[in-house]
Design a protein around this ligand. Structure first.
Ligand SMILES: Cc1ncc(COP(=O)(O)O)c(C=O)c1O
Length: 285
């Protein structure tokens, strides 16, 4: 297996050589924020937006001491030294190492991890065929707008999907409304209009979701930031999921419910094309 290049607090080393104390608060509490950035053709896609979201998380969690300019230099150097062009770049900032207390310790240095992993695009085929997902109760906490590493509820949901031969779940809140996937944003299309959960503490502000808002506006596709009930999925024409590695994947079935005519729909296809075009034109810049 090829080694994955990491940068641990400014020092480059193979990922498997990075060692961290058991007193790191990410280990004890999941006290850390993270980002996953797609590298297309050696270039960092939507870098500023990912770092913007990271900064929002650092501020909300009151994790100080991270120099964003230094972080960027480290990311760029690690990308360059990895020699990989098609990759996922993982970035994690933990609050750091301290004697275990629930409250935030004072005088603590954050630990900063970056690694660049080759990405073989496992969703390529699924973007053509579409996928079946299953519905699952949203057991997560009330601050899903923060991209934190305490992801156990997401992992439980993803495991249920995996055991059912699916790549994702559609999470349903206690009020019966669709929130999002375990690691993707979820969209529906009805009468030619896109429906998506509005920004709130219940869902992550997905970077790809933001692109869908922009791509649909540019393509004159209507979009309603409105919540959709699980019961209403029987009346939608199309569904799709989005995420940094996944891009846009059509959903053709939820549990045993066939979505639309059971094939990727025209609005989803149009958005997929617009997404590909936007990456291609950015790569040429
Ligand atoms: C819960 C959740 N929703 C949505 C997304 C998609 O976000 P993005 O488009 O920024 O990758 C993710 C990505 O990890 C996620 O974990």
């Amino acid at each position: 297996m090829a080694t994955t290049l990491a940068n641990w607090n400014g020092q480059e080393m193979p990922l498997e050589e990075v060692k961290v104390s058991v007193l790191d608060r990410a280990f004890l509490f999941g006290d850390a924020v993270y980002e996953v950035i797609r590298l297309y053709g050696g270039k960092l896609w939507m870098y500023d937006r990912h770092v913007g979201r990271l900064k929002t998380g650092l501020k909300a969690l009151r994790i100080g001491g991270v120099n964003i300019d230094v972080l960027k230099t480290r990311i760029e150097q690690t990308v360059e030294n990895s020699g990989i062009a098609e990759a996922l770049v993982y970035i994690q900032v933990t609050r750091g190492v301290a004697k275990r207390t629930h409250h935030y310790p004072e005088k603590i240095e954050p630990n900063q991890l970056i690694y660049v992993e080759h990405f073989g695009d496992p969703c390529k085929q699924m973007r053509e065929t579409g996928v079946r997902v299953i519905s699952y109760h949203d057991y997560r906490w009330q601050r899903n707008d923060l991209k934190v590493t305490s992801l156990m509820a997401n992992c439980m949901a993803a495991q249920v999907a995996h055991e059912n031969g699916c790549i994702e779940v559609v999470q349903i809140g206690s009020d019966g409304y669709v929130t999002e996937g375990s690691h993707t944003s979820i969209f529906a299309v009805k009468d030619g209009k896109i429906l998506v959960s509005p920004s709130s503490s219940k869902v992550l502000p997905g970077i790809t979701k933001q692109q869908i808002l922009e791509l649909s506006a540019a393509a004159n596709i209507g979009l309603n930031e409105t919540r959709v009930k699980k019961d209403e999925l029987k009346d939608v024409d199309e569904m799709f999921l989005t995420g940094t590695p996944e891009e846009i994947v059509p959903i053709i079935k939820v549990d045993d419910l066939v979505i639309g005519d059971g094939k990727p729909g025209p609005v989803t296809r149009k958005l997929q094309q617009a997404f590909t075009d936007s990456v291609q034109s950015w790569l040429k810049k």
